[in-house]
Design a protein around this ligand. Structure first.
Ligand SMILES: Nc1ncnc2c1ncn2[C@@H]1O[C@H](COP(=O)(O)OP(=O)(O)OP(=O)(O)O)[C@@H](O)[C@H]1O
Ligand SMILES: [Mg+2]
Length: 261
């Protein structure tokens, strides 16, 4: 792989997060290159979601730095990072269950600073045009994610896999450069997991995304990712290609056991 000319899209340096006496992340460092699919694995409580929270700005870092294209963004609030191009999904889905699938997407698309309040009050032509565009974009995303036929359904009534894909659609609505997926395959059956893998690859191509994925299903992650990091008790115990990580004695000891041997 040769991404070196452009430099990393995202870098974390010595990132640490403490909750009282608990060290959820302990001086974690790595860089993610533009266009790559970067995996994150580790046992329950290893700090994976916390790392996404620190990258997206949901939780403040105790010490250490998050760099976006080489510039520190550690102090920026979530919406500023989102505007720069960071979007995420949540392990515990955050959909509006009482709204339809389409409405869930429209809400996400509304976050774009496209139409001003004044324009909307006046129902100006520019506002109406923006509304049309928003609807068009929503339908495009629904089709891409295979949700178009479910557009009118309440999000709360969807099957698990569809809910996960709706969360991804919502994240994509903000036109991110970096997409953070927290256990996107959780609750899916093996064939759904396979299609999700293919979908993530397609989305990366079509939207020119860089993707970070947290996933417990190690074989799936190894197939999907170009590189991965392994966390254990908040520490990065391994970093490399799936092949390198698979043979790392520390990883085998701490986490993988016989699972991939
Ligand atoms: N807001 C919080 N306050 C206190 N402790 C927290 C908080 N968030 C996370 N933790 C703790 O930090 C540690 C790391 O949690 P985290 O959710 O990042 O793990 P994880 O790797 O995502 O685990 P899982 O695979 O179960 O999702 C855990 O011990 C957790 O209990
Ligand atoms: Mg988690």
């Amino acid at each position: 792989m040769n991404h070196s000319a452009a430099g990393p899209l995202l870098e974390v340096r010595e990132l640490t997060c403490r909750f009282g006496g608990l060290v959820a992340l302990d001086r974690v460092s790595f860089a993610v290159q533009p266009g790559e699919i970067f995996g994150l694995i580790g046992p329950n409580g290893a700090g994976k979601t916390t790392l996404f929270n620190l990258i997206s700005g949901v939780t403040p870092a105790t010490t250490g730095e998050v760099l976006w294209r080489g510039e520190p963004i550690t102090a920026l609030p979530t919406h500023r990072r989102n505007r720069l191009g960071v979007a995420r999904t949540f392990q515990n889905l955050r959909l509006f269950d009482g709204l339809s699938v389409l409405e869930n997407l429209l809400v996400a698309l509304q976050r774009q600073p496209r139409s001003t309040t004044l324009a909307s009050l006046l129902n100006s032509p520019s506002h109406r045009q923006a509304e049309c565009q928003r609807l068009e974009q929503a339908w495009e995303l629904l089709e891409e994610l295979g949700l178009a036929a479910l557009a009118e359904r309440d999000a709360g009534t969807l099957a698990y896999g569809d809910r996960r894909r709706l969360e991804i659609a919502r994240a994509l609505a903000t036109r991110p450069q970096l997409l953070l997926l927290d256990e996107p395959a959780a609750g899916m059956n093996p064939s759904e997991k396979d299609s999700l893998c293919a979908l993530i690859n397609e989305l990366r191509q079509r939207h020119q995304l860089t993707v970070m994925v947290i996933e417990h299903h190690v074989p799936l992650l190894m197939r999907l990712c170009e590189r991965m990091a392994v966390l254990d008790f908040g520490m990065r115990i391994a970093l490399g290609t799936p092949e390198e990580v698979r043979h790392d004695p520390k990883v085998i000891d701490a986490y993988l056991g016989g699972a991939v041997a």
